[in-house]
Design a protein around this ligand. Structure first.
Ligand SMILES: Cc1ncc(COP(=O)(O)O)c(C=O)c1O
Length: 385
């Protein structure tokens, strides 16, 4: 508990937004961001409008809330108005994007073995598509030379993550976009592990697609993701997986004619999860209020502190070599990672595991004392002493 005699920092004030943090040492944002009081209040507002207005809630507030979420995400990633669509998951957004390509002259997709598997899965199941999955020697990153050798004039799309969920490595997205465009290919970036904890400027990065959602660093819970599409592409692409939300005049209910919306809504499918829309908007509001550059500065301090403590304790680490390439995911090689995660849970410390590793992910609301706790608890579990 905070003592009234101690000065309360801004970070401690934001910490009070998250009741979970009173009960546990929560270092697992890269799996699931904790529920904030404002996301809870937003979902309660959603339920109140549902009860009060019934179906007319769509026109009274809900369509407006969807538009506000699209606009919030546009602001967060410096995207122009009308360039963001809502989707139900990263996988469903990928399926709509994937449906835009004919895979004739350009039938190659380039991705990596370190990407979240739902990216390659999307194309592995498509007949006639060659999926190049770049291996990683150090299991942390894929060097640019490997990308350059794989992206060619048969490549339709480079599809990869901004931050790799397996290592916390921040990929050089602007350089990858240059490589893709020089070969005449497009680039799609999954920013689920990046937006919120890193400043993202899709125009400066020069990407064609950028995805993220509430689940993790955007603090909005499951059920909704956002898809940015470069405005020039919005006009050219015609998804063949679609729904009535993609129609230019959806409320005309014209079953015989389909006409794509002029803006990124043409990438949408059907009714979004409205509770999730409310929670997700509140999450982005909080990040816009704090400012993502302040969040990143705090994240660098916490990651640095965690790594220093781990090294002092003699714990093995699998992390990017440079701090400026390291986001808020810290991987500890561990012989029994799932056992270690269970043992930590019994001590009230929530982290996660991925094959062969304990994964610890601090965020702005965590405190150095929590880093100290997790390292003290991990030491005997990993080193056996
Ligand atoms: C980088 C990344 N992409 C995608 C996903 C999940 O995608 P979906 O929304 O389809 O479940 C995750 C994890 O949940 C992830 O870490």
């Amino acid at each position: 508990m905070l003592s009234s005699t101690q000065p309360v920092t801004a970070w401690e004030t934001y910490r009070q937004e998250f009741p979970t943090l009173e009960r546990t040492t929560y270092l697992n944002t890269c799996s699931l961001g904790p529920l904030s009081q404002r996301s809870r209040a937003a979902m309660e507002r959603f339920m109140a409008t549902w009860e009060h207005y019934g179906a007319s809630a769509w026109y009274q507030t809900w369509l407006g809330e969807c538009a506000a979420l699209r606009a919030n995400f546009e602001q967060l990633i410096n995207a122009p108005a009308g360039s963001v669509a809502l989707a139900h998951s990263i996988s469903s957004a990928l399926s709509v994007v994937a449906s835009c390509y004919p895979y004739t002259e350009r039938s190659r997709i380039v991705t990596t073995a370190l990407d979240f598997p739902t990216i390659p899965y999307q194309w592995l199941v498509k007949p006639g598509v060659e999926v190049v999955i770049l291996p990683s020697e150090d299991h942390i990153q894929v060097p640019l030379e490997q990308w350059a050798a794989a992206i060619d004039d048969c490549t339709a799309l480079v599809a990869t993550s901004h931050v790799l969920f397996t290592s916390g490595y921040i990929q050089p997205v602007a350089e990858l976009a240059c490589l893709a465009h020089a070969a005449g290919a497009h680039i799609l970036v999954d920013g689920y592990q990046a937006a919120g904890q890193l400043s993202v400027d899709v125009q400066a990065l020069d990407v064609d697609y950028y995805l993220s959602g509430g689940l993790k660093w955007l603090l909005g819970g499951p059920g909704i993701v956002e898809l940015y599409v470069r405005p020039e592409l919005v006009q050219q692409l015609e998804p063949t997986i679609t729904g009535w939300f993609a129609h230019s005049t959806m409320f005309n209910f014209d079953a015989e004619h389909f006409a794509y919306a002029d803006d990124a809504r043409r990438f949408e499918l059907g009714t979004p999860a409205l509770a999730a829309v409310h929670a997700a908007k509140a999450g982005i509001d909080l990040l816009l209020e704090i400012g993502v550059s302040a969040v990143r500065a705090r994240e660098v301090e916490l990651v640095c502190d965690l790594v220093d403590r781990a090294q002092e304790a003699g714990l093995p680490l699998k992390i990017p070599p440079k701090l400026e390439e390291h986001a808020g995911i810290v991987m500890f090689p561990a012989p029994d990672a799932s056992g270690a995660v269970k043992a930590l849970k019994q001590q009230g410390i929530i982290v996660d595991h991925r094959p062969g590793h304990v994964r610890v992910s601090p965020y702005f609301y965590n405190m150095p004392e929590e880093n100290e706790q997790v390292i003290a608890a991990l030491k005997p579990l990993i080193l056996g002493r």
